[in-house]
Design a protein around this ligand. Structure first.
Ligand code: ADP
Ligand code: ZN
Length: 670
């Protein structure tokens, strides 16, 4: 049964409407409006083949079929309609990413159960945060920054970069902007990289505003997800703090987006619709005519280029709050100070650890590698244990559940007794370190110290991470060993030493952004040290002390590094000065993948402005059992890249057994 429409429907009963369905292919399908008529944005159920699916009325229908032959819309859901802004946003994202509008809608209609009021049980209630509660007294720099953010409100679309060193109070400053937006009656979205979604951050928000924000991330229960989606759509959830997917929530009246840690790679989604949540947040704000705030201590080259071009504004916080000093960053040249054979901590780092622990302070050892050892090989024949489904070595995990694991597909196997290569018994050696191995070494060196690992597989979910952070803050941990999960956002007043086990790790490989990313990550990690009264120090273990990234970190010369990096990119026509798109062709059958690649190569655009590289086997030539080839398309910013890509792919007949994925503005090149 249809529920009554409040206003006069724009499509009277029996009229033709286009309904966008959350399915991977196609745009809208035509249906006939039922007895009550329909309006654009209405969320409805329709028959699709033998199924009943939910979709959104997207506009007037356009097919040639006589209206009598169309199937009738079954019902309208009792939930707020999708706003014109939200519908334009979905179309925009689809056009930019070359995903189908249906695939984008699927991200917005991610919780079908939320479309109707709950039949039973008690729904979550969202207490509105109080914007009038007083925050801390801001420093002059902070106040200037906050004033600029507040002034931007009510003035339509704008983007402001809050560029401030770690611990400068960026969060306090954007809290002021949130308060202003709430006072104006708008909803607010704060996007965080998923791994940074800690309860520490949510608690801080609650302390500032007297009520918790609505959280949105992959760890929510079904019930919470449903209630949150609905509360956002109805405008009851005033502030959402979420991972990138929160961008597709159907806010009733969004008036401000904050993208914290805007440089973070976790904002890029790399399956389904390939989108960058920071960039799409800017689009959403542009369509909705409201401001966006990008906050970070290490801005991306993309964002800095926009600042330089005058498209984005910038406010600057050069100093840490309350006179806390930036940590001293020292280089440990591993060629001069090698660790003992089979060990990973150099003598200078061990000495620093000894000193730190002796005065009761905390240390963090950073290594961006889960598990015990990244490679297991046979001492007798050199055989390497590899994933059967991926171009990847199996990573050894010890702990309570010893096993070998593929970090790409999740394949798990026990460590074999005999070598599959030569049959030798018990001849395997573990090569290289993961965090477990560093923990083993630290415990052996400092048997009294409480050593603990924080990695995505050792702390379970948002709750587990919160618990861990709590214990570090309470000084129940002396040496904290972690992957990038520890790099973000946490504020540990007693942490005064950060040791980076392998500063060169991220520099390997030919990735366009390897240098930029390593600089950002290590600057973030370093920023964990000495955030309160006690000064911090950072030690970078490296074999390449003269590498520009390492030198820039040691000299605290971010801007010099970025200028140099930007110059190289500009000269090479690379992003952000030129544009890239990747076309990834994959399938279980290598021959069919290659056949399609040859057809694509023959049909490649011969636009002189556009260069198509490939096909080449992807660095991960096999992933989850699929053979993969890549094309890379490079173009100046003036070329209509999406049009060229769409036309190109349309010239080549599809093969149902081969997947072609397009990644506009790729961040991964595996
Ligand atoms: P960032 O986001 O730049 O890393 P934070 O906003 O987390 O910095 O601030 C670092 C620490 O300093 C936090 O504990 C924060 O509460 C505190 N802080 C920052 N500014 C102020 C202020 N004006 N008054 C009191 N405490 C502040
Ligand atoms: Zn695998």
């Amino acid at each position: 049964m249809l529920t009554p429409t409040a206003t006069v429907p724009s499509y009277p009963p029996g009229h033709r409407v286009s309904v966008l369905l959350p399915v991977a292919v196609g745009a809208g399908y035509d249906y006939r409006a039922g007895d009550e008529g329909l309006s654009d944005g209405d969320v409805v159920t329709v028959p699709l083949g033998p199924r009943v699916v939910s979709g959104v009325v997207w506009g007037p229908g356009s097919s040639d079929l006589p209206v009598e032959r169309l199937r009738t819309v079954l019902a309208r859901h009792d939930c707020p309609p999708f706003s014109p802004e939200m519908r334009r946003f979905i179309d925009w994202v689809a056009a930019y990413t070359l995903g189908s509008p249906g695939a984008v809608l699927k991200m917005a209609l991610s919780v079908p159960a939320a479309l109707d009021p709950r039949a039973k049980g008690k729904a979550l209630t969202f207490v509105p945060p109080d914007p009038h509660q007083i925050g801390p007294i801001l420093s002059d720099d902070q106040q200037r920054a906050a004033d600029a953010l507040i002034a931007a409100q009510g003035n339509g679309f704008s983007v402001t970069l809050v560029d401030g060193v770690t611990g400068s109070g960026k969060t306090e400053v954007y809290f002021e902007a949130i308060a202003a937006a709430l006072t104006k009656g708008h909803q607010v979205l704060v996007l965080l990289p998923e791994i940074a979604l800690s309860v520490q951050g949510l608690d801080r928000f609650a302390a500032r505003f007297g009520a918790a924000p609505a959280a949105w991330h992959s760890g929510l229960s079904d019930g919470k997800r449903r209630d949150t989606w609905r509360a956002v759509a109805k405008g009851e959830a005033r502030v959402v703090v979420g991972a990138r997917s929160a961008l597709f929530l159907p806010f009733a009246d969004l008036g401000l987006i904050v993208v914290d840690e805007e440089h973070d790679g976790a904002f890029k989604q790399e399956d389904g619709v390939h989108y960058h949540a920071r960039d799409m947040a800017v689009v959403r704000a542009m369509l909705g005519e409201f401001p966006v705030i990008l906050a970070t201590a290490t801005p991306s080259l993309e964002t800095l280029a926009n600042v330089q071009a005058g498209r984005y504004r910038r406010v600057h916080l050069p100093d840490r709050h309350a006179g806390a000093v930036m940590p001293e960053i020292a280089i440990v040249d591993l060629r001069r100070f090698p660790p003992k054979r089979g060990h990973w901590l150099s003598p200078p780092l061990i000495l620093a650890l000894t000193e730190t622990l002796a005065v009761g302070e905390q240390a963090m050892l950073f290594l961006n590698r889960r598990g015990y050892a990244p490679l297991t090989l046979c001492r007798a024949c050199g055989f390497r244990l590899q994933c059967p489904h991926c171009t990847a070595w199996l990573v050894e995990h010890r702990g309570s559940r010893p096993r070998l694991m593929c970090h790409h597909c999740g394949h798990v196997s026990p460590k074999p007794k005999a070598c599959p290569g030569c049959g030798a018994d018990d001849a395997f050696v573990s090569c290289g370190p993961g965090v477990e191995r560093i923990a083993e070494e630290a415990s052996a060196l400092f048997p009294e110290a409480r050593v603990e690992i924080m990695a995505s597989d050792t702390v379970a979910g948002v709750g587990g991470a919160a618990d861990f952070v709590q214990r570090v803050t309470a000084r129940e941990v002396d040496v904290l060993i972690g992957t990038q999960i520890v790099a973000k956002g946490h504020h540990f007043p007693w942490l005064t030493l950060v040791g980076v086990i392998d500063a060169d790790l991220g520099l390997e490989g030919g990735d366009l952004r390897a240098g930029e990313r390593t600089h950002q990550l290590l600057a973030q990690v370093a920023g964990r040290a000495g955030r309160a009264e006690r000064p911090g120090r950072v030690m970078l273990q490296t074999f390449q002390p003269d590498h520009p990234v390492i030198r820039a970190l040691a000299a605290n010369d971010r801007d010099g590094f970025i200028a140099e990096e930007a110059e190289q990119r500009r000269a090479a026509g690379m992003p952000p000065f030129g544009r890239l798109a990747a076309v990834i062709v994959s399938g279980a059958n290598a021959d069919r993948v290659d056949t399609l690649c040859r057809a694509l190569a023959r049909a490649a655009p011969d636009d002189p402005g556009l260069s198509v590289l490939g096909p080449a086997p992807a660095p991960m030539a096999l992933l989850r059992g699929r053979h993969r080839r890549r094309f890379l398309v490079k173009a100046p910013r003036t070329v209509a890249l999406q049009t060229a890509l769409r036309d190109w792919l349309a010239r080549v007949p599809a093969d149902g057994a081969v997947r072609v994925q397009i990644d506009v503005d790729p961040y991964s090149f595996f």
